[in-house]
Design a protein around this ligand. Sequence first.
Ligand code: GDP
Ligand code: MG
Length: 187
Amino acid sequence: YLTFLMNKEACVKLVLLGDSGVGKSCIVLRFVRGQFDPTSKFMLCTSALGVTVGASFLSQTIALQDSTTVKFEIWDTAGQERYAALAPLYYRGAAVAVIVYDITSPDSFNKAQYWVKELQKHGTPDIVMALVGNKADLQENREVSAQDGIDYAEKNGMFFIETSAKTADNINQLFEPEAGICNRAIV
Ligand code: GDP
Ligand code: MG
């Protein structure tokens, strides 16, 4: 799951999990294309995985200070979050899991905890997990405190960050070598 190509490029499979509507696809689009398009429902290309599962797949390469690069292969569910039985097809072999909830939705925070437990049981051993509270721009509708996110992440040895795919706040920080999952994934 962590393949070094020519010593200089690490290839990391990254999977996004979380309730439908929390902003997973928008986070990917923001990170890879620098765009936010709320109207677009299927903004990613179809996966090589196959039509029956319909995972979306994008890749993005990041340069590290020592001139190595990390190529993220990003797997996003194509609206099939409800079918929990399909999830192992997405996270199989993933080195990194980004588990997203919506800070205005306690239900989505509970669901995020469900995914953490599932990955602890059935995910890649030593998988790097990041807990992401998205829609941080909606402060006036916040129903999950940042402290609750921090506490849960700390207890489970996860990286934690609040993001907004809408304003681009902290999106690059999520993946950035110094602070984010990228560094943790290749250590
Ligand atoms: P997914 O089902 O988890 O992939 O969620 P989407 O990426 O499709 O986003 C679901 C909805 O949330 C869309 O209407 C987006 O416009 C909206 N959304 C996503 N990210 C944000 C964000 O950071 N802030 C706000 N205000 N809305 C967001
Ligand atoms: Mg989506």
